[in-house]
Design a binder for this molecule. Structure first.
Ligand SMILES: Nc1nc2c(ncn2[C@@H]2O[C@H](COP(=O)(O)OP(=O)(O)O)[C@@H](O)[C@H]2O)c(=O)[nH]1
Ligand SMILES: [Mg+2]
Length: 132
């Protein structure tokens, strides 16, 4: 009986918790598998994804969290826009294609630059490796 009451209290407490909004920014080199990863999270097939032009915004609900993921284009010339999203980001998802050994140096330099940015410092980073 006591545990039933405790369960009910917990349930009520959770029910009263406000919905929390979390923004995550997903970066990584072009072709690393960012968009495919987002598709996977959404339960869709990672195949047949077109290269991201600019960015795409994905809204998900996870429990009491409303999660927005900005899937940013990774081409060399577009990476300059990434920093515009850092301020509103709770954390960063960095996707690495672990089978692309030729671009490991470029990955390292790009990741270093992201981590060094003052608006990123101290924020959580999730590194996801993809390989096809
Ligand atoms: N089958 C499969 N294909 C993948 C996976 N990750 C990436 N790809 C393919 O790799 C290519 C590049 O992925 P994409 O998500 O567009 O990379 P992005 O530029 O980082 O967004 C696409 O043709 C995807 O279909 C995966 O986990 N499984
Ligand atoms: Mg993409």
């Amino acid at each position: 009986m006591f545990s039933l009451m405790a369960n009910c209290c917990n349930w009520l407490k959770r029910w009263r918790e406000p919905v929390r909004k979390v923004t995550l920014v997903m970066v990584g080199l072009d072709n690393a598998g960012k968009t495919a990863t987002v598709k996977g999270i959404q339960g869709e097939s990672p195949e047949d994804v077109a290269p991201t032009v600019g960015f795409s915004k994905i809204d998900l609900k996870q429990g009491r969290f409303e999660v927005t993921i900005f899937d940013l284009g990774g081409g060399k010339r577009i990476r300059g826009i990434w920093k515009n999203y850092y301020a509103e980001a709770y954390g960063i998802i960095f996707v690495v294609d672990s089978s692309d050994t030729e671009r490991m140096e470029e990955t390292k330099e790009t990741m270093t630059e992201v981590l060094r940015h003052p608006r990123i410092s101290g924020k959580p980073i999730l590194v996801i490796t993809s390989s096809v």
